[in-house]
Design a protein around this ligand. Structure first.
Ligand code: 3PG
Length: 306
């Protein structure tokens, strides 16, 4: 089988070498397409691929149609909103993710962002400390839990909400469950977002929620750009000169927002939450192993389009 690693934002060289080793040791053919220009390049490279390993690369219906031999796509990472699941399912293609494999990297970035914003983006102005503050975790999955643990270790109070996790489980993990999303926003100095982008969540965080936050609060988004109602966010930042927004996923018109709001807003130049040597290895090797196992035994654990 031909297994293609297609990554516009490449893995580390060590991760690519590790993937190649796993794939070839199992008797498969390895190929890589990195830093490619556009969908046409991806379509051409995928034309004879049996399996794809991707990151945030867009696997559209068009890409799927251009890959007649494709049997499995593994998103090396958590969010799979970049894969057209319906088009994949219609062709019987298995789509998987590698849950948890890059969670620590993203959680560390969320904590770093809280400190960065509390210290005026490392300008000499008097900042504040995160110890003693309250962080609200919106979605208590692999990343959210780790943010909670790290925040607790730094002396923060941790609240959380997750529509799919019962309150007792949230309590067991050391966080205080919030009764409603509104309560979470109203009761936290920081809210750290960890929801996926789905039809239900896109545009779901806007003016009403953001303006519920207490004085001086900061919204931290290491999830997806799409979950924010950006017009609502801008209005909230305009009306409330105490609020802050930090994100790993730049909003539209970021340069203008930065001019308008200065150090109250910050976006990374390129999505970098999962961009560590460790996360690249964890997620990349997990993806390779999942594909090899799928071809050897038919194992579909981690399939997301069942
Ligand atoms: C994820 O969903 O796993 C993260 O957003 C990481 O995305 P990336 O692999 O494109 O960095």
């Amino acid at each position: 089988m031909k297994i293609l690693v297609a990554t516009q934002k490449p893995f580390s060289a060590a991760a690519v070498a590790g993937i190649k080793e796993i794939v070839t040791a199992a008797g498969h053919t390895f190929a890589a397409l990195e830093k490619y220009e556009d969908a046409e390049a991806l379509k051409a490279a995928a034309a004879d691929a049996d399996a794809l390993i991707i990151r945030s690369d867009k696997v559209t219906a068009d890409v799927i149609a251009a890959a007649p031999a494709l049997k499995i796509v593994v998103r090396a990472g958590a969010g799979y909103d970049n894969v057209d699941l319906a088009a994949a399912s219609a062709r019987g293609i298995v789509v998987m993710n590698t849950p948890g494999q890059n969670a620590n990297a993203v959680a560390e970035l969320a904590i770093a962002m809280m400190i960065f914003m509390s210290r005026g983006q490392f300008t000499p102005a008097t900042g504040s400390e995160i110890m003693g503050k309250t962080v609200g975790i919106q979605a208590f999955g692999n990343v959210g839990r780790l943010v909670g643990k790290k925040a607790e270790a730094l002396g923060m109070k941790v609240k959380a909400i997750d529509p799919f996790i019962p309150e007792d489980k949230i309590r067991e993990a050391g966080a205080e469950p919030a009764a409603t999303l509104e309560d979470l926003y109203a009761g936290c100095d920081f809210v750290s977002i960890h929801i996926p982008a789905t039809p239900q969540t896109v545009g779901s965080i806007g003016y009403d929620l953001i303006t519920k936050m207490p004085k001086g609060a900061c919204l931290v988004n290491t999830a997806r750009k799409e979950v924010i109602d950006e017009a609502g966010l801008e209005k909230a930042l305009e009306e409330r000169p105490d609020l802050k927004y930090v994100t790993d996923v730049a909003p539209g018109g970021y340069e203008a927002l930065r001019e308008k709001f200065g150090t109250r807003i910050f976006a990374t130049p390129k999505k970098m939450g999962a961009q560590t040597a460790e996360a690249n290895l964890n997620a990349g090797l997990a993806a390779a192993r999942q594909i090899v196992d799928f071809f050897a035994t038919g194992n579909t654990r981690f399939q997301v389009n069942k």
